[in-house]
Design a protein around this ligand. Structure first.
Ligand SMILES: NC(=O)c1ccc[n+]([C@@H]2O[C@H](COP(=O)([O-])OP(=O)(O)OC[C@H]3O[C@@H](n4cnc5c(N)ncnc54)[C@H](OP(=O)(O)O)[C@@H]3O)[C@@H](O)[C@H]2O)c1
Length: 321
């Protein structure tokens, strides 16, 4: 049987890197698209055996180049996403126009399937531009191509994420950590390897039009997540609930930074729970479990943020790492 050729947009991110490892270990040929081959090459080349990974540079969304790439693949996967807008990239362009273009081309060249990663909990977030753009992207994809699969994950975590690792850095440096909406927003964090397993099974599964929510096994509030991170790095910090007007003002200031810690749009999004919506099936409904437990996985890498690093003890567990 001819091995499937997988085309991956947004391959250098957390999910992309882990997916490349899984696919190439299972003898898939992957073409990974990046904006900057020199910056991304060293990260990606180590993820696969020689011969299984091909890197392609695409600076702008050049339609001719995209056509050429899609024409030669069996499955196209889009992992491109942004958390804040900049001069040269906005939510509509990245979350709606690009996925729409990719799905139109997937339909035109009759590839096997198009898989797109959107986000969970965006249906009710009418006031967030991020949410609106992701939702519009989903609608356009489903209209453009029948064999489209849209995955909607809650927060994805792992040793190489931008979430637990950034928060552990902040928590280990700041004496006080501001929290928004009293830290009550709920999440169902999913470990990246569980999400990659869902992707892998869908890549191998039947062609279908599917929207799937991807959840981990737990529902945890934002405050509980921060407390778990603090426990894991043996730190005690004051979690200070910020009144909304002050939170909005801080977001207004923070969003000026080149890599903002918080934007006004993210603050709006944080108001909404990031858990099963009841609108779509979840991975559990279709028999793909995601059973990695947040605490257990965190324990495998949080020692990097403890005093003493790998030689430290976790006071909570009383074990030497
Ligand atoms: N991680 C999560 O917790 C989470 C949760 C829900 C949904 N998602 C969604 O899942 C997808 C993948 O997530 P991830 O965490 O792996 O993402 P990530 O680490 O932020 O990586 C996203 C990738 O998008 C590419 N990219 C960013 N801006 C771009 C632009 N202007 N033009 C072209 N490419 C651009 C980058 O590739 P290059 O720099 O190599 O070009 C980058 O590798 C995203 O759509 C994200 O919204 C993630």
């Amino acid at each position: 049987m001819k091995q499937k050729e997988i085309l991956l947009f947004g391959a250098t991110g957390q999910i992309g890197r882990n997916l490349i490892r899984k696919l190439t270990k299972n003898n898939y040929k992957v073409t990974a698209v990046t904006r900057n081959i020199h910056r991304a090459g060293y990260k990606l080349k180590t993820q696969a055996n020689p011969g299984y990974l091909n890197l392609v540079e695409l600076k702008r969304f050049d339609v001719n180049k995209i056509e050429e790439l899609i024409k030669n693949c069996s499955i196209c996967i889009n992992l491109i996403g942004i958390l804040y807008e900049k001069k040269n990239q906005n939510f509509k362009m990245i979350h709606s126009d690009l996925p729409s273009l990719l799905s139109i081309k997937a339909n035109e060249f009759k590839i096997e399937k198009f898989i797109h990663i959107s986000a969970l909990g965006i249906e009710k977030a009418y006031d967030s531009n991020y949410a609106k753009s992701k939702l519009e992207g989903e609608k356009r994809i489903l209209k453009n191509f029948n064999n489209s699969i849209i995955l909607k994950p809650s927060i994805v975590y792992s040793v190489d994420d931008n979430f637990t690792t950034n928060f552990m850095t902040l928590l280990s440096r700041l004496p006080v950590m501001p929290i928004y909406y009293n830290g009550r927003t709920k999440f169902s964090p999913i470990h990246v390897l569980d999400l990659v397993e869902i992707l892998f099974q869908l890549i191998n599964g039947k062609n279908q039009k599917l929207v799937l929510e991807c959840l981990g096994p737990e529902v945890i509030t934002f405050k509980e997540i921060l407390n778990k991170l603090l426990n894991s790095i043996n730190k005690k910090r004051l979690l200070l609930p910020l009144p909304l007007p002050i939170a909005s003002l801080s977001a207004k200031i923070l969003q000026i930074l080149p890599k903002p810690l918080l934007t006004e749009d993210q603050l709006k999004l944080l108001k909404y729970d990031n858990t099963k919506s009841g609108l779509y099936d979840t991975n559990f409904d279709i028999g793909i479990k995601a059973d990695r437990i947040f605490d257990v996985e965190l324990e495998k890498y949080s020692f990097n943020w403890r005093s003493g690093g790998q030689f430290s003890k976790n006071n909570k567990l009383g074990q030497t790492k």
